[in-house]
Design a protein around this ligand. Structure first.
Ligand code: LRH
Ligand code: MN
Length: 399
């Protein structure tokens, strides 16, 4: 790396933070079974401790996204949760309501044709907004499992209008510093029509909801052939890109660790963001978040891998020479334009990462440091003991 490349990579690392998901530290599974890890988090306290540990090692994930019904016990004081987070050196990040597990949501939440169910769903989101205010979180992150499985099953326009109405109601409840993120997903669990199936539907619903509603791009929520960075470039140009859920996939919403299958994909997304910042002379205000579940990999190791990979790809993408790119594009010099991205992608930025970590008092290799500290072994022993004391049974079949 040239001295100016080193400077650009380090400047990019100074600004890059990514949010970890509380659910990434807990036992999760597949449609066919749940797999247990002794070191998996038992409760929110464990999740915040693990997130704090990852932040202490990597220096770039100061906030933790929470899923309300997975993380908050009924009536739990959000302020106490914020204090607990602070004790572990992190802050509560995006608030994710759970609009997919209550029995009443069988035919949908905001899209349900039963007004009482819609009201129940909106009320849960209003409660989630209040939690956000109490813990000082900027983001209300909305994902809806809503949709139908058979042609004719539901009125597509009625469901669309029900969403417009419910999202507008909810937007009115936001604090001035809060942003509502609308996440789209083409399918699963609905397999005929998902109510918010693509970026256009999310864009339209967010626009109609109000000025503090933006679109959330989950990298796993696209058909394999879709050009995600083109969607990102458009949403940026419309100032409608609110955030990301990063993960990787080989087939569908596989929720694998970022960069494990196609690191160039995330590089191309980061490139579009750096290029946009260069054009506009300011960095866009985007919530970078991880949304993964770790069934085989040790959960904390998988999270550290993800954070370090995100840093590396963000730093590489900052190396693209935007002026040279514009010159090549103006001349339709396709090869030069492509090579400007490829060369940046293949540039080894490990010296920039090492320098940045040293300057921030961090170990050169966060994963090795995690293993050296024996955090996982200690957590496993502690949580095995506590599960016994709490009489937490594990097992039981899916069906
Ligand atoms: C849905 C989704 C959504 C979350 C969930 C954990 O697939 O991406 O963002 O609520 O995963
Ligand atoms: Mn997601």
């Amino acid at each position: 790396m040239t001295p100016s490349q080193l400077r650009r990579a380090r400047a990019a690392l100074d600004t890059f933070v990514v949010e970890t998901p509380s659910w990434g530290f807990a036992d999760t599974g597949t449609r066919f079974g749940k797999f247990f890890q002794d070191a998996a988090a038992i409760d929110l306290g464990d999740k915040l401790a693990d997130a704090g540990h990852v932040h202490a090692l990597t220096g770039c994930c100061p906030t933790v996204a929470v899923h309300v019904l997975w993380d908050f016990k009924p009536g739990e004081d959000p302020k106490a949760v914020a204090r607990l987070a602070r004790k572990h050196g992190v802050k509560i990040g995006a608030i994710n309501p759970n609009l997919f597990q209550d029995q009443c949501y069988k035919y949908g939440s905001f899209g349900n044709n039963d007004a009482a169910v819609r009201a129940h769903a909106v009320q849960h989101c209003v409660d989630s907004v209040a939690i956000g205010r109490a813990v000082g979180s900027r983001y209300l992150s909305l994902w809806f499992a809503d949709g139908t499985n058979y042609p004719g099953q539901g009125s597509i326009r009625e469901r669309k209008r029900a969403f417009e109405d419910s999202l507008r109601q909810l937007h009115r409840k936001l604090a001035l510093n809060q942003t509502m993120l609308v996440e789209y997903k083409p399918f699963e669990p609905a397999f005929y029509a998902t109510d918010i199936a693509d970026w256009g539907m999310a864009y339209l619903l967010a626009k109609k909801a109000g000025p503090r509603a933006k679109v959330l791009v989950d990298t796993g929520h696209h058909y394999a052939a879709q050009n995600i960075e083109q969607i990102v470039a458009w949403l940026l140009d419309e100032d409608m890109l609110g955030g990301f859920h990063f993960n990787d996939r080989r087939y569908a919403d596989d929720d694998l660790t970022l960069g494990s299958i196609d690191p160039y994909q995330v590089f191309r997304i980061f490139h579009e963001i750096h290029l946009f910042a260069n054009e506009r002379g300011r960095r866009p205000d985007i919530a970078y978040m991880i949304d993964q579940c770790h069934n085989e990999k040790p959960k904390i190791e998988a999270t550290i891998q993800t954070v370090v990979m995100a840093q590396e790809l963000y730093a590489k993408a900052a190396l693209v020479d935007h002026d040279a790119l514009r010159r090549a594009q103006a001349k339709n010099d396709v090869v030069t334009a492509e090579l400007l991205l490829k060369n940046a992608f293949f540039t080894d930025v490990s010296s920039a990462l090492a320098a940045w970590r040293k300057a921030n008092g961090l170990a050169a290799d966060p994963l090795a440091e995690h293993r050296r500290q024996g955090y996982e072994r200690k957590a496993a022993a502690d949580r095995r003991r506590r599960r016994k004391e709490l009489g937490i049974a594990r097992g039981g079949s899916f069906a």
